[in-house]
Design a protein around this ligand. Structure first.
Ligand code: NDP
Length: 475
């Protein structure tokens, strides 16, 4: 548990929590998201259409050179029928099923059986057994942080194969991309369905389950907060981090290898995508312990949104730029390449520094320096379901004084940089920035809803002190 949070006797607090509505709402933080018609409509839309959206994007590249418009024109003009497109789509193969099973089994093995050794020799790296945040039920889970090690072992093996062993071609991922899509869907649906059944029959922590009574909402947003098998296999940490994010950099490497095979060279745009997204992925693993304190782990329950999303949506749609560049190899002029690199690096700097400032502030309970000065903050309190009161602080200086989610702003700048590497011939590579803008804006709203129900009037004082969300003076 974070050092700055203290407990007080619960009887006295229970009494007080009954006294006004804000307090009652505070007791419900992490549980109180009501299923209004808009949430339900969005959920049904995503459950029905998200798998088709992924299919449509990947099929457009496979059959239409990444044009999102041409398949529609073909269908509307009667030039082609849906069945023509479907019949041309590669089916599930034994080879893809074998590759995928091996891949996931290998990541499970690295996650469960190889305790972290990186923290023993990498200065500044926080790995090994770490604690997560306090859950709404007041529990604190322990996690084995060994993602960096899993990423390194996987990539060393990848390069060893590419340059020395030659067991398989480095283009293997691109060459099996659609058959692998079917496999990842199977896993995504299987794990989400299993998580739902598990939450009814053998939940890891019954007190941290959220039943809304709406089947679709529960399936999508999850019931169990931290489903686990055994002591250490944590669904959220595993599926969020691996196999999707470890695969992200391998997928990009496979695209680069395909460019090399097809055109005899790797373009600078492909190198930029590999480098910028590689930094983002490495950052994730370097800061995996910090990640335990982010919304994915401390707020979201584990359902289809995370289970299917991490298996399918993330590896397939976050890597569209590299896929596009296989079909359209763009060689950027030096000025454009430098500009994009700078945008990506500045975005990354803002993203990392903003996250770092909050992490440092919370870890030291405000006893640190932000931009050379003692941080300013607002004191706040909240309660867990058992009525225990905790204290926390919301920083109002550094990047957190500029906007309430300036880390998202940096993330969006980086996302735009990835897209710009692809030039302006097609809209497909720009899906990522559109998606991230929607995701992170929605996340601002979701997070603020949660923080308000957690901190009540203290959150209002904070939003008065820091009035903007993403762009100071504008939004
Ligand atoms: P944050 O890291 O911004 O965490 C939000 C939480 O931080 C709040 O719920 C609150 O939690 C605490 N907090 C809010 N304001 C303050 C403050 N002023 N001082 C101290 N603590 C505060 O959000 P996320 O977890 O969403 O994102 C983490 C990173 O991951 C971001 O940089 C984001 O861009 C990135 N991201 C990337 C995604 C991708 O798909 N590429 C998807 C989602 C996120 P508490 O209850 O502890 O007070």
């Amino acid at each position: 548990m974070a050092a700055h949070q203290e407990k007080k006797p619960s009887e006295e607090r229970n009494h007080r929590s009954m006294q006004n509505d804000t307090r009652t709402a505070q007791v419900q933080w992490g549980r109180a998201w009501e299923v209004d018609w808009f949430s339900l409509a969005s959920i049904l839309f995503l459950l029905l259409f998200a798998p088709f959206i992924v299919y449509y994007f990947i099929m457009s590249c496979d059959q239409y050179q990444c044009s999102l418009i041409d398949p529609l024109i073909d269908l509307f003009t009667g030039n082609k029928h849906l069945s023509d497109i479907w019949n041309k789509t590669p089916t599930l193969t034994y080879r893809a099923a074998g590759i995928y099973t091996l891949w996931v089994a290998f990541q499970v093995f690295l996650y469960v059986f190889i305790p972290d050794f990186c923290h023993k020799f990498l200065p500044g790296y926080v790995g090994g057994v770490q604690e997560g945040a306090v859950t709404p039920a007041g529990a604190v889970n322990k996690y084995e942080i060994n993602g960096l090690q899993a990423w390194m072992i996987t990539h060393v093996l990848w390069f060893a194969n590419a340059y020395y062993f030659h067991w398989f071609s480095p283009t293997i991922i691109f060459d099996n991309w659609i058959p692998l899509l079917w496999c990842s869907n199977v896993l995504g649906y299987a794990v989400s369905t299993f998580a739902m059944i598990k939450s009814y029959f053998f939940p890891t922590s019954a007190k941290d389950c959220k039943f809304t009574g709406n089947f679709f909402y529960d399936y999508m947003m999850g019931i169990e907060f931290n489903p686990r098998i055994g002591k250490w296999f944590d669904f959220k940490l595993f599926f969020n981090g691996r196999p999707g994010i470890v695969a992200w950099t391998l997928i990009n490497l496979s695209y680069a290898a395909k460019q090399q095979e097809l055109y005899g060279q790797v373009t600078n745009s492909m190198i930029l995508v590999n480098v910028l997204q590689g930094i983002y992925v490495l950052d994730f693993f370097w800061n995996e312990a910090w990640y335990l304190k982010t919304i994915d782990i401390c707020h979201d329950h584990f359902g289809w949104y995370l289970g299917w999303g991490d298996c399918v949506w993330l590896p397939y749609l976050y890597t569209l730029q590299g896929l596009y560049l296989v079909y359209h190899p763009v060689q950027l002029c030096t000025a454009n390449a430098t500009g994009i690199l700078l945008l990506g690096l500045i975005g990354y700097y803002i993203f990392r520094m903003t996250n770092h400032q909050k992490d440092l502030f919370r870890r030291t309970n405000g006893n640190c320096k932000i931009w050379g000065k003692k941080p300013e903050y607002i004191e706040c309190s909240y309660m867990s379901v058992d009525g225990t009161k905790y204290y926390s602080k919301l920083m109002t200086s550094g990047f957190w004084g500029w906007a309430r989610h300036f880390n998202y702003t940096g993330d969006l700048m980086g996302s735009l940089a990835y897209c710009l590497t692809c030039g302006f011939e097609h809209i497909l590579p720009y899906f990522y920035i559109v998606y991230m803008t929607i995701l992170l804006t929605h996340r601002c709203i979701r997070d603020e809803h949660r923080c308000f129900s957690k901190y009540g009037k203290d959150w209002k004082r904070y939003t008065a002190a820091v009035p903007y969300r993403l762009i100071p003076g504008i939004f």
